[in-house]
Design a protein around this ligand. Structure first.
Ligand code: SF4
Length: 457
């Protein structure tokens, strides 16, 4: 383990509270040779846009780029399901030599005719950036011919970090927002930005706001319809749940349509409650909204508290490591884990910014490792050193936990269990409890980062 050194280029991206001077480096491209856990620019854009249910999503590139399909990263729909199908132009050597624009035009044209989507998103991948296909002009031509918005997502994988993919997605969305009729939008309306309805969470959250008397005009993009997005500029407030991916769109809408935005999180009791009260505070001219919010919160908390306390008694003192997409989620998870008696010994993210990490440092305990853009070796090293009992992360982190021989909780886009809202908090506690306390760990020796047996502490 001692042999496992942090790469020289990565040293600024790792911090231990109480030990190091805090000046965390973040928002930079992944260091060469670091085998980053981060996805590419294109992947960042599609995680944001794919949940739009009645849009066609066509990946312009080699077939491999389109591999991460709905079956892996599902997002539930209450109606259309065009987004469940994966389409690629399947670029090959001849297309690279002669250009792929004609192939793109033919593919998009026939797919639009066949599936009648309300809009189409065309994603540029690395090779398209290299061969220089004029995707914009293909999109313009198709928009005129088909009578639907055909939007280029400028998302070549090599040209930045996953965060640049979020930005490309926001730019694509901004082309839709403002093009719909808002005459029917009621004044007490919000948009939720950055909630992707992976396991029905957008429906849970919508219901809380409905019970408060607040209309959700558009969820961008969980269970979204193109029409909802087109008239998103009719809402009074943007509520940004996944700040890493959607703050850019919120800022565009603030500037263009004078719609203010607030940042919230729907994970954990404390932040979920704030997300309701903050919206109620915005509509302060309607005090009944706050009263209804209090009723919602009390009812929901009362319904789950008994079971949560049971888990808290069992899990007290257990240790968790977190590695998530955006740092804002990490704050919520630290608070949620404290509710069930657990300590966080490592907190990291793929796309956190300076302010996020400052805040993360403030709420972390002494000795906590804070890490930006980690790789498997670093995660393995710190999980082992800090004796974490569970890793909370996404699909790429799962094998790290199991190879070390500790529990794992999927808190990313591949999960099938709702973890947002009050019922999501209870599901989260159940999952963490089941994984940490599983009898299987009695039969699995804990390993170090290289697979060497260390025995359980
Ligand atoms: S890095 Fe480039 S080639 Fe790889 S998946 Fe992303 S867009 Fe495709």
């Amino acid at each position: 383990m001692e042999n496992l050194k942090i790469l020289e280029d990565r040293k600024g991206q790792v911090f231990e509270k109480g030990k190091d001077k805090f000046d965390l480096l973040c928002g930079v491209k992944s260091a060469s040779g670091a085998v980053s856990q981060r996805a590419c620019v294109f992947c960042g854009s599609r995680v944001v846009l794919y949940p739009i249910t009645d849009a066609l999503h066509l990946v312009h590139g080699p077939i491999g780029c389109a591999a991460y399909t709905w079956d892996i990263r599902g997002s539930l729909s209450s109606g259309p399901s065009v987004n469940r199908m994966s389409f690629s132009t399947d670029l090959r050597e001849l297309d690279v030599v002669y250009g792929g624009a004609d192939k793109l035009y033919k593919a998009a044209s026939s797919l639009i005719d066949k599936h009648s989507p309300k809009a189409a998103f065309i994603y540029s991948t690395c090779i398209v950036g290299l061969i220089g296909d004029d995707v914009e002009s293909v999109c313009r031509k198709l928009t005129l011919e088909k009578g639907i918005p055909v939007i280029h997502v400028d998302s070549e994988g090599f040209k930045g970090t996953k965060k640049d993919g979020y930005r490309a997605a926001c730019e694509a969305l901004a082309k839709l927002v403002g093009t719909g009729d808002i005459s029917g939008v009621v004044p007490v309306s919000i948009n939720i930005l950055g909630e992707f309805n992976l396991a029905g969470e957008a429906w849970i959250i919508r219901d809380y706001y409905r019970r408060m008397g607040v209309n959700v005009n558009a969820v961008i993009t969980g269970d979204a319809r193109v029409e909802d997005i087109k008239r998103a500029h009719g809402a009074a407030l943007n509520v940004v749940q996944c700040s890493g991916s959607m703050t850019y769109l919120a800022k565009i809408m603030e500037e263009k349509y004078k719609i203010p935005y607030i940042r919230v999180s729907y994970f954990g009791l404390e932040d979920m409650t704030s997300a309701l009260y903050d919206v109620a505070a915005f509509f302060k001219d309607s005090p009944e909204i706050l009263e209804r919010a209090k009723t919602v919160v009390k009812g929901e908390v009362d319904a789950i508290m008994g079971e949560l306390l049971k888990y808290r008694n069992e899990l007290r003192g257990k240790k968790a490591a977190l590695y998530v997409g955006g740092a804002f989620k990490a704050f919520s998870l630290i608070k949620a884990l404290r509710v069930i008696g657990m300590d966080v010994v490592l907190a990291g993210s793929q796309t956190g910014n300076k302010e996020d990490y400052e805040d993360l440092k403030k709420i972390s305990d002494e000795g906590t490792i804070i890490i930006d853009d980690a790789n498997p070796q670093e995660l393995s090293r710190f999980i082992t050193e800090k004796k974490a009992d569970i890793l909370i992360g996404g699909v790429k982190e799962r094998p790290i936990a199991y190879k070390i021989g500790i529990g794992f909780c999927d808190h990313n886009h591949e999960r099938k269990t709702a973890l947002a809202g009050y019922e999501g908090m209870l599901n989260f506690a159940r999952e963490v409890y089941s994984s940490v306390m599983s009898p299987v760990w009695k039969f699995v020796p804990r390993n170090d980062a290289f697979g060497g047996k260390r025995g359980r502490p």
